[in-house]
Write a protein that binds this ligand. Sequence first.
Ligand code: CAA
Length: 294
Amino acid sequence: MATTTFGRFLISNINNKNSLNKLTQNVRLYSVPTESFEFIKVSKAGQNKNVGIIQLNRPKALNALCNGLMSEVAKALDHLEADSSVGAIIITGSEKAFAAGADIKEMKDNTYSTCISGNFLEQWTRVSQTYKPIIAAVNGYALGGGCELAMMCDIIYAGDSAKFGQPEILIGTIPGAGGTQRLTRSVGKSKAMEMVLTGCQVEAVEAEKMGLVSKVFPADKLLDEAVKLGEKIASNSQITNTMAKEAVNVAYETTLREGLRFEKRMFHGTFATKDQKEGMSAFAEKRKPNFSNQ
Ligand code: CAA
């Protein structure tokens, strides 16, 4: 078994012998530094091992997002972002559940003051601060915090069994990790209100129609397709990916005028990179670009 190091974790080339097996058909997986994580598995996939995968792995609780799980996700993101070979990251779950929400049993006795003093859910924002492109590959339930976690990612691919919802209202609370804000920006007020006020679940095909999901695939092809997407993105310049991602994200946070100004400056900024010179020279010379991420 070949091994390499990944941050402080051991990575093994295990050629599809882990639990992600069931979710993939063709993608070659490398790694499993699982001994360091209790609630997630981390691996690298793709021909060039340039797509990082974080698999939520708390099957008995349908991947309910307890504090420990979310702090492991944050740690894994730190490592995958520090790994220069990784150009895109996927967060996925199991066939039954991407994640059934924040851990209700863990939080049920929280008080207002413990929420405030512990800044409850603050560590979740690490996902939305990821500067490398990040894809949610969603099979099964993506409810409450699960739906919010998917929406923190840049692109959502869904398996045909996926179900999205914000059912917090049914247990006496409201979404607390972006559900009222990101869902509304994503699908508009009427659909978001319906989901938040009734707690109804939306099937994958409907979620695609609403614009919440980018594409839907048969459940057993989902991860392969997400890895293909990750490889495609990772073949670009990482530096240009980050600039493009930042510019799109600004569209959610500012006026059109400010957004256009920001985009123009980012566009101008690409001309300070080696990768812009390489990309445009390669086009003119009719060859593939060889980006150096500089
Ligand atoms: N938190 C803690 N445990 C959960 C959980 C959650 N969010 N969702 C499921 N589980 C646990 C169940 O308690 C059960 O554990 P036990 O076997 O120990 O009883 C196990 O996972 C399996 O669940 P079910 O038996 O309920 O499975 P099911 O197939 O019958 O139903 C389901 C699946 C419809 C997803 C149902 O589990 C469910 O409704 N879960 C809760 C969904 C929810 O309300 N999510 C929102 C949470 S609040 C939130 O996320 C706030 C926020 O904005 C951050």
